[in-house]
Design a protein around this ligand. Structure first.
Ligand code: CUA
Length: 365
């Protein structure tokens, strides 16, 4: 017999446990960094615990009759004659053990008592208990739903997040900042997300920040949260929206207020175009500008992500690859290899044009 499966478990299990102990937890439904995520986690834990208690109770109740019948059969085996043979239908009552037993008044009383117990079990276990459990869960989830919904607060930062196939547009209206896929917010300050979509239904979900909220065409869904910890928190689209649905990653980066102010000030600047004017020309002429905007240039399209400060982002293609020159190059000349399903055509460029374009994009700090 092969020990391969056992060996695999022996290797994988400790690795999983080690991974679970890792310091950096970027997405976890059970380690919230906002009161809203904690409330949702509380409901989850309560439901799981309640479910476990009910399961144990049902298993216990199931074990009782099994045990009883097992005991009865054991008892019968000791006293019952083994050569009784089949009972004839025309046999006199005195010959039939069962008929004599039914006539016995103690057996009748016992049967009635069993019937009453069974009735009570159906009422309590089948009607009253499930009703109580469902009402409790309904009330608790309503309380959590209220706690996690949008509650207007003074001084909240408003961020519009718009779902696209397959990336996230991020607009800070009051700050006049447009970015994509990486949302920077300050710690200990209420933040309101207005969520909608440009095309199909998406669902915005950063597990450590908040529960899933759908992005529905023609509608704006809203929630508020206050992050109590700084860090990078990862999320994903949670509603199937097409071929690259699983590769529609978003990050919420929670930073100190000073750092946030500095980030906003940097994002408000027009693009640093001094890096490569040749590259800017390639960008405009090769067709990039048909979909992307770069503030301060002739590129103003909003079909794809705004690239004004592309170099300040950590990832490319909605969080799936690190923002490095080789990845950027691959994304430009072979986008389907980086992210199958991405609605971005491969650019036809000479080697010189490609180098100039990469220099330009890498200069967009
Ligand atoms: Cu967007 Cu799934």
């Amino acid at each position: 017999m092969s020990h391969q499966p056992l060996r695999s478990i022996a290797v994988v299990l400790p690795l999983l446990l080690l991974a679970a102990c890792g310091e950096e937890v970027r997405d976890s439904t059970t380690r919230g960094v906002t009161p809203q995520a904690d409330a949702i986690d509380g409901l989850f834990r309560f439901s799981v615990t309640l479910g476990a208690v009910i399961w144990l109770l049902v298993m216990g109740l199931l074990a009782v009759p099994i045990w009883r019948s097992w005991r009865r059969r054991g008892g019968d085996a000791e006293v019952a004659p083994t050569d009784r043979g089949p009972v004839r239908l025309d046999a006199p009552a005195s010959e039939v053990d069962g008929a004599i037993a039914v006539a016995d008044p103690t057996h009748v009383a016992q049967a009635e008592a069993d019937h009453r117990v069974r009735n009570r079990l159906i009422w309590v276990g089948g009607i009253i208990l499930p009703a109580l459990v469902l009402v409790t869960l309904l009330v608790y989830s309503s309380v959590v739903g209220r706690a996690a919904a949008h509650v207007p607060e003074d001084g909240e930062l408003v961020v519009d997040v718009i779902g696209h196939m397959f990336w996230w547009e991020v607009i800070y209206e009051d700050e006049a900042v447009i970015t994509a896929n990486e949302i920077v917010v300050p710690v200990d300050r209420p933040v309101r997300f207005n969520l909608t979509t440009e095309d199909v239904i998406h669902s915005f979900w950063i597990p450590r920040i908040h529960g899933k909220v759908d992005m529905i065409p023609g509608r704006t869904n809203t929630f508020t949260f206050t992050a109590t910890e700084t860090g990078d928190f990862r999320g994903n689209c949670a509603e199937f929206c097409g071929i690259a649905h699983a590769q529609m990653v978003a990050f919420v980066r929670v930073v100190e207020q000073d750092e946030f102010d500095a980030w906003v000030a940097a994002q408000q600047q027009p693009a640093t175009t001094g890096a490569s004017t040749d590259g800017e020309q390639v960008f405009i002429e090769a067709g990039c500008a048909a979909c992307h905007a770069v503030a301060g240039t002739d590129a103003v399209a909003r079909v794809g992500p705004d690239l004004t400060h592309l170099a300040s982002r950590r990832t490319l293609a909605a969080g799936i690859v690190p923002n490095e020159r080789e990845r950027l190059e691959q994304l430009i000349i072979e986008p389907q290899a980086v992210k199958p399903g991405i609605p971005m055509p491969a650019a036809q460029l000479s080697a010189d044009e490609l180098e100039a374009l990469l220099d330009y994009l890498e200069g967009l700090e």
